[in-house]
Design a protein around this ligand. Structure first.
Ligand SMILES: [Zn+2]
Length: 77
C-alpha cells in the first residue's frame, strides 16, 4: 500500500522542495536540482516547522491581545 508514497523535504543546499520516496527516509539522498547530498530526515524538519508555527501563533496572539487592549482603551478614553 505504501508504494509510490513521497514526503516533502527542502534541500539544505539550494532550499528547493523535493519529493523523496519514503523508502529513502533517514538515508543519504541526492538533490535533483543541485545534486547536493544530504540525509533525508523527515521528523527533524517537521519538529522545527512545528516550533516555528507555535512561535508565530504565540506572536499573533500577543498582537491580537495588545490591539484589543488598545482599541478598548481608545473607546474608553
Ligand atoms: Zn538542492
Amino acid at each position: 500500500m505504501a508504494t509510490g508514497t513521497y514526503f516533502i523535504r527542502s534541500c539544505p543546499t539550494c532550499g528547493r522542495t523535493l519529493e523523496i520516496r519514503v523508502e529513502l527516509l533517514n538515508r543519504q539522498v541526492e538533490c535533483s536540482h543541485c545534486h547536493g547530498t544530504f540525509v533525508a530526515t523527515e521528523i527533524e524538519e517537521r519538529s522545527i516547522s512545528d516550533l516555528r508555527i507555535e512561535q508565530a501563533l504565540a506572536r499573533t496572539q500577543q498582537f491580537l491581545d495588545s490591539s484589543h487592549a488598545e482599541s478598548a482603551a481608545g473607546k474608553l478614553g
